[in-house]
Design a protein around this ligand. Structure first.
Ligand SMILES: [Zn+2]
Ligand SMILES: [Zn+2]
Length: 484
């Protein structure tokens, strides 16, 4: 340091020390009251840039803004926000046909303010994201499958088996899906095949409580019945229509509830039917395949002729997605079932924008969350942890009891004694003075019936959380005069 610099430094230190000495100890003084700025000044500062009563916000349009109850307008953190009574919340739990760690196979979760929850497609790997989003597996009871390509239903056996084990005892798993041109290609036949595939698993898991768990209800509808109603309960209606996806039996769905609407088209070529049945829906979601097949072949490894042929016979290119969106005129247009890659994204947006000038967002990568009310729509990135814990199973505790159905099998029913006799005596491996009381036999002869007040406080809280929210929202909806 030069002498002049040292002098300057010493002066600075003295100044700071003086300022600290002068500052009052303890609480800061409130700012002094001053003469208010003039009305004109305030108006021009707060509203000066607002043509037609609003700021010019580029391509973020009227009605696209964060709702006041969001904990963060940038991110969704699972478990931190309740679905509001008049809200529809949509989460993309899987967003691609080609599975990879950041993008599981397609699945869209729709939660409504009345407590109802719907799964649209349940692609392989998507369960990991449901778990990370703090959805209990026994909450996944209504699954709508657009078509029987395995990237749209691959996780169904897991949801069925482990969703039953994890408390799915009191409600049937319901699977909605199209017929095929002949019965062997219909949804019911797929479920029959799934039953055969899980034969060993179900008998094995019958040593656990099962209740209604294994009784899958299949609602197979005629794929040709365009506009037909496939679901009508609790104020929620779902219709379907055909998609041109190279084989008969591909369908789109539209869900309407409480003046809000969601469409998931599933896979298929752009069609007049989409424009007709999705017309005016709030959230219109279609699939999209980036068309840069030659570049993609270098990056993704898909031979260009295979990419081109697959798109042109099965899928919706970005230009077409925007074209149909412009006919549908949704409040927000979203695309999913697409690779989310920086080298593709700008190109994709530019192609969509050729025809669609309204609000647009990718339904990708996994974890994208959409909050929808009549007033506003907002899209955020959900923060899904890599190592989440499972959420406790959710139960309806209306009758004041938790009923755990009696297992149908005992180990002795399904296992010969020999291999059990080879089990090492626990006394050999538990250390001296430590021997847990093992639960080797189911402890009650019939159903285990636990009054809610007898439940440990943490279980009462965690297992009844969704049920309490449903009751709270039901009262709020009733209070505003809506029919449940
Ligand atoms: Zn697909
Ligand atoms: Zn497909």
């Amino acid at each position: 340091m030069q002498p002049a610099a040292i002098r300057g430094f010493v002066c600075l230190v003295i100044l700071i020390a003086g300022a600290l000495w002068l500052a009052p100890a303890g609480e800061a003084e409130p700012p002094p009251v001053q003469t208010p700025s003039s009305e004109d000044q305030i108006r021009s500062a707060l509203f000066g840039g607002v043509p037609m009563d609003r700021w010019k916000e580029g391509l973020l349009f009227e009605g696209i803004r964060p709702q006041p109850w969001l904990q963060s307008a940038a991110n969704w953190f699972p478990g931190t926000e309740e679905v509001q009574p008049n809200e529809m919340r949509i989460t993309f739990m899987g967003s691609a046909p080609m599975i990879r760690p950041g993008q599981m196979n397609t699945s869209i979760f729709v939660e409504l303010g009345n407590g109802d929850k719907f799964v649209f497609d349940i692609g392989e790997g998507s369960v990991a994201n449901y778990v990370a989003a703090r959805v209990a597996l026994n909450e996944l009871k209504r699954v709508f499958i657009t078509h029987l390509h395995v990237d749209h239903f691959g996780a169904l056996p897991y949801v069925w088996m482990f969703g039953t084990w994890a408390g799915g005892w009191h409600e049937n798993l319901e699977v909605f899906g199209p017929s095929g041109r002949t019965p062997e290609y219909g949804t019911a036949k797929m479920v029959e095949g799934m039953k055969m595939m899980t034969n060993w698993h179900r008998d094995a898991f019958d040593v656990f409580p099962v209740g209604k768990g294994w009784d899958v209800k299949v609602h197979e509808f005629d794929f040709r019945d365009n506009g037909g109603l496939v679901y009508d309960r609790n104020g929620v209606k779902v219709i379907h229509w055909q998609r041109s996806h190279a084989k008969d039996g591909a369908s789109a769905y539209r869900l309407d509830w409480n003046g809000l609407c969601f469409v998931w088209t599933g896979d298929g070529r752009p069609s007049k039917l989409d424009a007709k049945y999705a017309k005016g829906c709030d959230v219109y979601v279609t699939e999209l395949q980036p068309e840069v097949v030659e570049i993609n072949s270098g990056v993704q490894g898909v031979p260009p002729f295979l990419g081109r042929y697959t798109i042109d016979t099965h899928h919706t290119p970005a230009y077409a997605a925007g074209y149909v969106a412009n006919q549908v005129q949704p409040r927000i247009f979203m695309t999913t079932h697409m690779n989310f890659d920086p080298f593709l994204n700008e190109e994709t947006v530019a192609e969509v924008r050729e025809h669609w000038k309204g609000p647009f967002h990718f339904g990708a990568p996994d974890g994208i969350v959409v909050n929808v009310t009549k007033e506003s729509i907002w899209v955020r990135e959900g923060i899904l942890p890599d190592y989440p814990n499972s959420r406790a199973p959710q139960f309806d505790l209306t009758n004041g009891q938790l009923i755990v159905p009696h297992p149908r099998n005992d180990r002795a029913d399904i296992q010969e004694p020999f291999v059990r006799e080879q089990q090492i005596d626990p006394k050999e491996y538990y250390p001296e003075g430590y021997h847990p009381e093992l639960l080797e036999e189911w402890p009650v002869p019939g159903d285990l019936v636990i009054p809610v007040e007898a439940l440990p406080e943490n279980l009462k809280e965690s297992m009844g959380a969704e049920w309490r929210l449903r009751e709270k929202n039901r009262r709020a909806l009733e209070a505003q005069g809506d029919k449940p």
